[in-house]
Design a protein around this ligand. Structure first.
Ligand SMILES: Cc1cc2nc3c(=O)[nH]c(=O)nc-3n(C[C@H](O)[C@H](O)[C@H](O)COP(=O)(O)OP(=O)(O)OC[C@H]3O[C@@H](n4cnc5c(N)ncnc54)[C@H](O)[C@@H]3O)c2cc1C
Length: 375
């Protein structure tokens, strides 16, 4: 019987697993599963707000991609995984009809979800950019607003996404000759608190301030009401729109799985297998990989590199070869990123270098190059 590999989640990690497996062999049956019919290039979501990209440009049909690599694609919600029986229960979309799929190897690549940290009113009253649907809705909300009285727009979270959203908002307003007060709110003392070097935080703050963004560091949200946001220091400010970018959490399904975890993220061994399971792997945001004091960051580079390594380790398992340990590249301790700031600028950052020349062009080149695999 042909060995069947089932990949749950077709984002950066899942797509890379399927692609690598198919590049190396035609002898496996490949099944790709996702609740969305399209792959989304998530790093470009902020640019949907300014209209620099359209949803079609930054997404691709997954069944076409699966057909191209000789895999099957199931548009379904993963509902349950029965590890002893080696089956996955899928609910068809939209009918919800359950279907059991058997696997020989399973890859969990289910990504992450937005969290609101249980802050009262935050989820109810905020817009987000964490999915294509959410970013499109946020763009519509921006389009429907009146800008005559320069309303307050709050971007919550001074990490990579929050910074990019703030930059795109400035571009959005500029293109319409409209005015709004944009506040970028960060709980920690500086923007990009997850990046060890302060130089990048200072550069980004100066750049955004010069573009009219008000940076509010050391500021935590306490509560959000219909028209008013309250901060922990007691300040209350009226708002027209809140765009929440702060924090991610494991997907609901991963939370339910009875597997070894760290704060809900799936613990994997050196070979990216779920601890104690030889035929179940996890990659990308959903996985928690740690070795020699380095922990993988939750970013595209890690999701892809883990996808490649997991696929190769599946093949090695089948051939009875010794597995190769994964070596993280873009870690929590030593992160690197290209952060778009709007106005055609981006800062390229790592612990060893930081530059802006051609930064935005490099970012767009990577995006276009990545999306080519679907065309
Ligand atoms: C706004 C934004 C900007 C970002 N910018 C950058 C950036 O500039 N650089 C960078 O490196 N990273 C960036 N990231 C992070 C990056 O997108 C993620 O790290 C990356 O997508 C992780 O890949 P993944 O395969 O683990 O998960 P994802 O790409 O999120 O894929 C997970 C897939 O699983 C599917 N899924 C989840 N649960 C189920 C279920 N129960 N049933 C069926 N399907 C399911 C989802 O539909 C999704 O397709 C950004 C993220 C966002 C939201």
């Amino acid at each position: 019987m042909t060995v069947r590999v089932v990949v749950l989640g077709c984002g950066f990690g899942g797509v890379e697993v399927a692609r690598t497996l198919r590049k190396e062999t035609n002898e496996l049956e490949l099944v790709m599963v996702d609740r969305s019919t399209r792959f989304d290039y998530q790093p470009a979501y902020p640019e949907l707000l300014s209209g620099k990209v359209t949803p079609e440009e930054i997404s691709a049909d997954l069944s076409t991609f699966a057909a191209k690599i000789g895999a099957s694609f199931l548009h379904a919600e993963v509902q349950e995984i029965k590890f002893p029986a080696q089956t996955v229960t899928l609910g068809s979309i939209p009918a919800g009809k359950a279907q059991e799929v058997r696997y020989d190897f399973l890859v969990l690549a289910l990504g992450a979800e937005q969290t609101f940290f249980g802050i009262p009113g935050a989820e109810e009253f905020s817009y987000t950019v964490d999915t294509m649907a959410a970013a499109t809705e946020t763009k519509s909300a921006l389009d429907q607003r009146e800008y005559t009285n320069a309303p307050n727009i709050f971007v919550i979270g001074g990490g990579l996404s929050g910074i990019e959203v703030a930059g795109e908002l400035v571009d959005y307003l500029k293109a319409r000759d409209a005015h709004a007060h944009i506040f970028l709110v960060e709980m920690m003392p500086r923007l990009l608190p997850g990046f060890p070097r302060e130089t990048v935080s200072n550069y980004v703050s100066t750049f955004l301030r010069a573009r009219g963004v008000e940076i509010m560091t050391n500021t935590a949200v306490q509560e959000v009401e219909k028209r008013e946001i309250t901060f922990r220091d007691g300040r209350k400010l009226p708002y027209e729109l809140i765009i929440w970018t702060a924090g991610i959490k494991p997907s609901c399904l991963c939370e339910q799985l009875d597997l070894p975890k760290q704060k809900g993220w799936l613990n994997v061994d050196r070979y990216l297998r779920i601890a104690g399971m030889e035929r179940v792997f996890a990659v990308g945001d959903a996985a928690c990989f740690e070795a020699h004091g380095l922990r993988s960051g939750q970013n595209v580079e890690e999701a892809e590199a883990q996808g490649t390594r997991a696929a190769r380790n599946i093949l090695r398992t089948l051939r009875g070869a010794r597995l190769r340990a994964y070596k993280p590249k873009n870690t929590i301790q030593n992160p690197r990123a290209i952060i778009s700031l709007g106005d055609g600028k981006a800062v390229v950052y790592s612990n060893r270098f930081m530059f802006t020349t051609l930064g935005y062009r490099i970012k767009k080149f990577i995006e276009r190059h990545y999306m080519m695999r679907f065309r």
